[in-house]
Design a protein around this ligand. Structure first.
Ligand code: ATP
Ligand code: MG
Length: 567
């Protein structure tokens, strides 16, 4: 490609609304343009990167025996009703009606459709099957964010495994795990596998691959010492023992005028520090109120509440619902003596006494509360958020919490879909056996953004060679000096002949502009062809990542570049 003819609309300034580095650089580098919230047009440079990422993914999926499909994005409501996810997916699912008034959905994932196809599997001899596609997904995300990190329309490689028994699923899961490790390594991503919540997918084991980045929306709890790593949505830690002193015989109500928050109560004379308080939250799960109790200084992880109760619909109660449930306003709520509302308590409250909590009477609290004696807990759950420096559940070392981008996710689905769709095959004895499924996903554009997040400097993107839009940029310094452009063109031809994907900057522009563009766009190697060098048959080769520049004989330039690129 000649730069003069290429559509690479680079920008000097960051787009106004962009926070994430990848968002800024992909827009500035002329890779993407926003159409509306959560929808981006991918320009030619992006398409080149994306097709390389797709190639890496295809090679690794094919290596484990994956077979590529392409399924429709347009789905009939019936298949989603059959699995029960027509309701579960809620507002995240784009829904529409066709001209005959039939309900349709835009596919947000494809368990239902691949599941339907798998009805044609007949025998255990056919298994395992690994089926994949690289296809557009639609999700009406509540908060599209970070450029292509979270969009409402994106490309996913999704794959599905079908096995005869749990041991087969374990093996298929392991093969995908290894394929994912190879994919991320080839993309230049340092992706940490972490334990994850299975969310709306159902199923048991679930592992997410996480790339450390401040632009990420996930939090990972990590132990450097034993390697424990989990998404905050399911991470746990060792709760340090707290001295509750001498137990009180009973609870005592006391006035706390104006006290509304955990902090107020900690500062109040006769109050107690946060870790000696019980925080009472009211949630509406499937339309019914529930009290959720945590230690005063422990935030709630809503996903844990959802996973622990299996609730699909849940939200914090509105003020009027809270008043109706407990007869008091937030700030004075408590669970002592509450019998009419089920109570869910975090495990960190187990065995605690001499605690302080709201009295369900505005401006009053209770002290001397023994959680197990005074509160009728219906269910103990792990509900709390872990914070940096807490002790690892497994080894006791200090935990680290970091922000991360989820670049891939692998699930053991079990028989949820096979049961719903009646997917079975005949086993060795000729008996029908329910098929066991796994599902595995990687978002292409999010992975590209994650590479940019982790491969850039102040000048722009620094692509790993494997997925760079071009490996080489030939910058002709002075197109007006006779012979320069011709020399650049000859080298360009030779590069392509040697299989090096090259762009020739033949623009009649200042060198500074051309250098800045090549750096912003992130081409791994730049060859500068200038009149002075040409006089002595020399060009300059610069490595984008290291910045190291070498003078190389024009004659040997292609061989030199080939060697650098294969390194
Ligand atoms: P998240 O928690 O970030 O919403 P998810 O758990 O919904 O992700 P999966 O359903 O497991 O994601 O999808 C598999 C992969 O698809 C993710 O690991 C990610 O790479 C990608 N992905 C998911 N949602 C989006 C999105 N809105 N925009 C871009 N990529 C996405
Ligand atoms: Mg999601």
């Amino acid at each position: 490609m000649r730069w003069s003819q290429a559509f690479i609309p680079t920008l000097r300034d960051d787009p106004a609304d962009a926070e994430a580095i990848s968002h800024r650089l992909l827009v500035r580098g002329g890779y993407i343009r926003q159409l509306m919230a959560g929808a981006y047009s991918q320009l030619p440079l992006m398409i080149r990167v994306r097709s390389k990422v797709a190639k890496v993914i295809r090679e690794e999926m094919d290596r484990i025996g994956g077979q590529e499909f392409l399924l429709p994005a347009l789905h009939p409501a019936e298949v989603w009703q059959k699995s029960g996810r027509w309701e579960i997916m809620g507002d995240e699912m784009f829904r529409l009606r066709d001209r005959k008034d039939a309900d349709l959905a835009l596919g947000m994932t494809h368990e239902e459709i691949f599941g339907t196809l798998s009805l044609e599997l007949r025998s255990y001899r056919d298994l395992p099957q690994f089926w994949y596609q690289i296809q557009t997904k639609f999700r009406d995300e509540p908060r599209p964010k970070g450029g292509v990190l979270r969009t409402r329309e994106f490309t996913m490689k999704d794959s599905y495994s079908f096995d005869i028994d749990p041991a087969g699923l374990d093996a298929s899961f392991q093969r995908h795990y290894e394929a994912y490790e190879r994919i991320f390594a080839r993309l230049g991503l340092d992706a940490v596998p972490v334990e994850a919540s299975s969310g709306a997918m159902g199923g048991s084991d679930s592992i997410e691959f996480m790339v450390r980045s401040d632009s990420g929306e996930d939090e990972v709890v990590f132990c450097r010492s034993c390697g424990y790593a989990a998404n905050m949505e399911r991470a746990t830690s060792r709760v340090e023992d707290i001295d509750d002193g001498v137990e009180h015989a009973g609870v005592e109500k006391f006035a706390t005028p104006g006290v509304r928050t955990i902090g107020d109560l900690a500062d109040f004379d006769g109050g107690a520090p946060g870790d000696h308080q019980i925080k009472t939250l009211v949630y509406i799960l499937e339309g019914e109120p529930r009290l959720v109790l945590l230690r005063g200084d422990h935030p709630l992880v809503e996903q844990k509440l959802q996973d622990g109760t299996g609730a699909i619909e849940f939200r914090p109660a509105h003020p009027e619902e809270i008043r109706a449930a407990l007869g008091a306003d937030p700030g004075s709520l408590g669970a002592v003596g509450v019998k009419h509302i089920p109570i869910l308590a975090d495990l960190a409250l187990a065995g605690r006494y001499n605690m302080v909590t709201g009295a369900n009477d505005d401006d009053f609290h209770l002290r001397g509360v023994n959680v197990e004696r005074d509160i009728e807990v219906s269910k103990w759950l792990d509900l709390r958020e872990i914070s940096d420096g807490e002790s690892c559940f497994t080894c006791g070392s200090s935990l680290e919490v970091f922000k991360a981008i989820e670049v891939g996710h692998i699930f053991k689905l079990g028989t949820k879909y096979a049961d719903a769709f009646g997917i079975n095959v005949l086993d060795e004895a000729g008996e029908a056996q329910t098929v066991i499924m796994g599902s595995y996903g990687i978002g292409l554009e999010r992975n590209i953004a994650a590479v940019v997040e982790t491969h850039h400097d102040e000048k722009g993107i620094v692509w790993p060679v494997a997925i760079a839009p071009y490996s080489v940029a030939i910058t002709v310094l002075r197109t007006d000096v006779p012979g320069s452009l011709e020399a650049g063109e000859r080298l360009y031809e030779q590069c392509w002949n040697a299989g090096l994907e090259t762009i020739l900057d033949d623009r009649d522009d200042r060198p500074g502009v051309k250098f800045a563009d090549a750096e912003l766009v992130g081409i791994p190697f730049r060859v500068t062809v200038g009149p002075r060098g040409l006089e002595s048959g020399v060009v300059e080769v610069q490595d984008r990542a290291s910045g190291v520049t070498e003078a190389v004989a024009l004659e040997g330039a292609v061989a030199h570049l080939s060697a650098l690129i294969q390194r």
